[in-house]
Every structure is written in C-alpha cells, then in structure tokens.
Design a protein around this ligand. Structure first.
Ligand SMILES: Nc1ncnc2c1ncn2[C@@H]1O[C@H](COP(=O)(O)OP(=O)(O)OP(=O)(O)O)[C@@H](O)[C@H]1O
Length: 583
C-alpha cells in the first residue's frame, strides 16, 4: 500500500466523529492493506512496533523538526519549524504546511496532491516507511543523531503534504486520529468475519495487532485460536480494582487472599533452552515491567533467582520488592532506586537489594494457563518454583508454601475475621495490605476487572479515645500491643473496637511510654487507662455490633497516628459513627 493511500484514509478517519464509522473505515483499510496489513494495523493506531516490543524510535522532537526543515528547503531551519509549531499547536499541521519533494529554495508546487507522491515519481510505500523507521530505531552510538535525521529527511523529502502530516505524527507518537485498541479489534473482526471475542483473545495472548490482523485474514478462526503465548514476548498484566472484603465475599463463596507486596510489577520469562534477547543474543531469562518494558539488566537478582530455581519454560507474574539486610520488605520508594536503572546497576545493588515474589503463572512447560482458574495456576506456580527443591517436597498439602522461595502465600477464606487477621499479619510483615482474588477467575491480560481487588484504602478516619490496652506477647511482652478504642456518648465513653495493626515496633514502644502513666487497673495482660490519649484510626466500614458498648464496631481498624493536638473532649462522637454507618 502506498503511504499516500494510508495518509488519505487516515485523513478521512481523522475527520470522522462517529465511533462506528471509524471502525468501518479501519475495517476497509485493513481489507485493502494486502501484504502490508501488519504495518497498517499498527500505523493506524500510531504504533511503529508491536505492543510487546519495547523498541522505541528514540528520536527527539528536535531531530524531527530538523528533518522537516531540511526537506522543506534551504530557507527553513529547525527553529522555524518549532516556531510554527508554537503558533499552530500540532506537528501534523506544521509538517503539512510545507512543500516537500526535494524542492530547493522556496518550495514550488509539485502537483503531488493529497494522494500523490512528492514529485520525484517515486512513491513511498507503507512498508518502506516501516523499514526506514526500524533502521532509525536501530541506529545508536556516536553519529546516530545525524543518521536518524538523515533517514527522516529521506522520508519527508519524498512525502506530499498529507503524507508528511501523518508521518510526523507517527514519528512523534502523536497520531491521535481516534483509533484505539478496541477500534482495531472490532475492525479486524468485521473485515474478516471472525468473532470479536476470539480476536480479543488472540490480541491478549500475542499483543501484536499486526500479526492478529494477518492471521484473521489468512487463516480465519482456526488460526486465531491457535495463537499462543510465547516465552520472551510479554503479555499485558492483569490489574485490580479497589474493593472491600464485604463486597468480595458477597459475590464469591470464598476469597483467595494474598499479601499486597509493596514493590514493582514484573513479568518473568524463562526458558532453559534459551530465547532471543531482542538484540540477537540468546538468554535464558528476560524480565518485563507492567508496561512490557524490558527491565532484565536492572534486576540481576531476579535473573539469578530464575536461573537457579526454574527448570522448565515459564511465564510468571509477580512483584519485585526491595529488602533490608534481614530480608524484610522496604517501602516502595526503595525499589524505585533499582527498577529501570540502566547504569551502575552493581553499585545500586550494593545499596538496595531486591527479591521477586510471584503470584501467578501464565505459562509452564509448554502449556498456556490463562484460561485455568487462579487456584490451578497457583498450584502450577508452586510446582514450577519448587522444581529445584531436591527433597521433592512440592508442598501439595499447602503447608510448606512459606518455605518455597519466591512464592506468594495464597489462602482461601470465607470468614471476614480470618481475612482481618491475614491483613494484620500482612501489615505486620511490612506489606502494603492484602489482595482479594476470585479463586475461580481466569487470567485476563490488561483488564482492570472485579476478579482482583486490592482492599480499599481507608476512605475515612475517626478520632477515638484510648480507654484500655493489652500487653503484647513474646518479644513484645514489654510493649502495649492492642488498644481499646472509644467514642464520646454524651459525657460518657463507649467502646467501638480494638486496634492492633499498622503499628511498627518503634511506634509501639513510643505509645507504651505515652500510655503507661495513665494505667488505672491491670488484670493479667489487660489494662484500663485513664481517657487521656486520642488515636486517629482508619477503617474499612462501620458495622452494627453487639460486641462493643457503642453498638458499633470498626471493621479493619488501622492505627494512623496520635492526635496529640486533641483532648478526649474533641474525639468523635457516637452520633458521627451513626452518620458514617448510615452512608
Ligand atoms: N499478591 C498480589 N497480587 C496481585 N498484584 C499485587 C500483589 N501484590 C502486589 N501487587 C501489585 O498491586 C498491583 C495491583 O493494583 P492495581 O492493579 O491497582 O495497580 P496499580 O494501579 O499500580 O495500584 P497500586 O499503586 O496500588 O499498586 C499490581 O499491579 C501489583 O504491582
């Protein structure tokens, strides 16, 4: 297909406001794309490379302005192009405002027209543009800037105004003609008469709109259904919604509960037989970010872990977490010092170490698992991660999961109290909270569905008076560990719950010092306190409950801090609880 034809069609789409009409135009474009269907399916979305491919053109706007200026003639400079952009506001309009075609001087009219070439009789094709841009992306090292400008100049120099408009937008990732992924999916289905959901599945698995369009056309449904995951080719990550335990248990019989690890999402691809690393070398392990960017070189610990632990081809989904010298998780900010780092990785590793935790398995031993339920995928994950375990204890009874390095602990629970204690243990271990997942759910790449929920962060906090406490146990026996919370009810105080979570050892020590002078009675581990200190407490919801004297209970109470600026008289009242409960 000539690039002029593509530009002409892109112009029609650009001018079309109705979504359905846009799909129809893209459908026709794909149907007419012949041998270049793969490129056309990408270009129309403004993509030069497949979604799974982290290759970028690596070309700054100034290189593009320079190339446009050179193609526009001797009297035009990169600065002129930039100035015009400031006036016009959009690079496509700017590029289209020049006359190209190797004209010297003032840019005489070439008669190329919208669908014509730049006047040298040598029509630019879609494939040529794609090949030149691939060559441009590959240019690196010294002199690469000039090489990139030369290649771009070569394209603009052969372009008509309308071709230049879409070429400039493509190069600067500013296509913006209203064609998103869903449009291309529907257009492929309509063009080649295949069901949308099967196109969707093939797209999820391959992340390659060009390949899927070609397969739909040439091989039909059977071809689409045969598209598999490939080790080495990243898949979009499944995402979560915020949700409450109560909501989750209403829809599912039971919830699969896991810690929410506070790190960065990774997708690990491993093949003991080796895979292409994208640069022509063979590697056993590649690691990708949530946006399918390659982060392998930044995370040598993850690569070492995979090389030591895995014995079969696998695609694993997980989180990389920064850890301190004892192996305890560090806050999210620490992992940012490592993630995506390109230089001085060894030095950064000395400062902050990381370790991976995996919670899903998309592919193992040649078998795609996306359509399997979560529990089956997690079982497979366990066996993949325990392959190197020489005693052969692959923990099928679930008891040894905590001993399997790199495996998330997944527990099935249908009791909110049990989930609350898993949440408490997760916070205690330094994680961010918990994830709730539907045990039956399949893996939906790229979807932020209801099957995965991150327990809703506390939307509201209340200020409670601390009226009692319990001494801790074991190494915490000298600290107060659990605090009884009360709210005002007229002149009296009524209990509303206990908080034990969200408090580090240092904070417990400080709180003990603060509260000890106010102890009025002690019975075993339990103590009564003079009402003096006010805590700010987060919660998931307020329930009616006979357990506490206020008639309400805080579900998932979490310590936020001491309100040293407040007296008990300023604490929240039972009336406020009533109002919050009624919401
Ligand atoms: N056990 C787990 N299961 C799934 N995701 C987990 C788990 N532990 C940590 N995570 C992280 O939580 C994220 C899920 O939340 P979400 O889909 O909302 O992503 P997000 O927008 O990056 O949110 P957040 O900023 O809260 O991590 C995942 O992308 C992953 O990085």
């Amino acid at each position: 297909m000539e690039f002029a034809t593509f530009a002409d069609r892109a112009g029609t789409i650009d001018a079309e406001p109705a979504d359905l009409e846009i799909v129809a135009h893209v459908r026709d474009l794909l149907a007419d794309a012949e041998g270049e269907i793969d490129v056309v399916a990408r270009f129309v979305q403004g993509r030069v490379f497949p979604a799974w491919d982290s290759t970028t053109l690596d070309v700054g706007p100034s290189a593009c302005y320079e190339a446009i200026a050179r193609a526009a003639g001797r009297n035009v400079s990169g600065d002129d192009v930039e100035e015009r952009l400031a006036e016009v506001g959009e690079i496509g309009d700017v590029a289209a405002s020049y006359e190209f075609g190797g004209q010297q001087g003032l840019g005489a009219f070439t008669g190329g027209g919208d669908a014509g070439s730049g006047g040298n009789g040598n029509d630019l094709t879609v494939r040529e543009v794609a090949d030149t841009l691939a060559e441009l992306a590959a240019a690196d090292g010294s002199g690469s800037h000039d090489r990139k400008v030369d290649l771009l100049f070569g394209l603009f120099n052969r372009a008509s105004s309308e071709e230049a408009r879409y070429l400039a937008r493509l190069v600067l990732s500013e296509m913006r003609i209203g064609v998103g992924e869903g449009t291309v999916r529907d257009a492929i289905a309509a063009a080649f008469d295949v069901p949308e959901d099967r196109v969707e599945r093939a797209l999820q698995v391959s992340n390659d709109y060009g390949q899927v369009a070609r397969i739909a056309r040439d091989e039909g449904l059977a071809g689409l259904d045969a598209v598999d995951l490939a080790v080495g080719r990243p898949v979009q990550a499944m995402l979560a919604q915020a949700g409450t335990v109560t909501d989750a248990l209403e829809v599912w019989d039971e919830a699969a509960v896991e810690s929410k690890y506070d790190g960065a999402r990774i997708q690990l691809h491993h093949d003991p037989a080796g895979m292409d690393d994208g640069d022509g070398s063979t590697v056993e392990t590649r690691v990708f970010s949530r946006n399918m960017e390659e982060v392998t070189d930044a995370l040598p610990e993850v690569v070492e872990f995979a090389d030591e632990t895995l014995e079969e081809p696998a695609i694993l989904d997980g989180e990389v977490v920064a850890i301190d010298d004892d192996g305890s998780p560090l806050p999210f900010q620490a992992v940012l010092k490592r993630f995506r780092r390109k230089h001085d990785v060894a030095k950064a590793r000395e400062d902050v170490s990381v370790r991976p935790v995996f919670f899903d398995c998309l592919h193992a031993g040649g078998e795609d698992l996306l359509a399997e339920p979560l529990t089956t995928r997690h079982d497979r994950l366990r066996s993949v991660l325990s392959a190197a375990d020489s005693d052969g204890d692959d923990a099928t009874d679930g008891t040894a999961d905590a001993d399997i390095e790199g495996l998330s602990l997944l527990r099935l629970a249908d009791d909110p109290d049990e989930i609350e204690s898993i949440d408490a243990a997760a916070l205690e271990a330094g994680h961010e909270g918990i994830m709730l997942k539907d045990p039956e759910s399949t893996y939906s790449p790229g979807r932020r569905g209801k099957h995965w929920r991150k327990r809703k962060p506390d939307v509201e906090t209340i200020d409670c008076v601390v009226t009692g406490a319990e001494w801790g146990e074991g190494r915490r026996a000298t600290f107060l560990g659990t605090f009884e919370l009360s709210v005002r009810a007229g002149d009296a105080l009524e209990t509303v719950g206990k908080v034990a979570t969200g408090i580090t050892d240092e904070k417990l020590e400080a709180l003990t010092e603060l509260l000890e002078p106010h102890i009025t009675a002690e019975d075993g581990q339990e103590i009564d306190l003079e009402p003096e200190v006010v805590f700010e407490v987060g919660y998931e919801e307020i329930q009616s409950s006979p357990t506490y004297s206020s008639g309400y209970a805080l579900r998932f109470p979490r310590f936020q801090g001491v309100r040293s600026d407040k007296d008990p008289a300023d604490a929240d009242s039972i009336e406020r609880l009533e109002r919050l409960h009624g919401r």
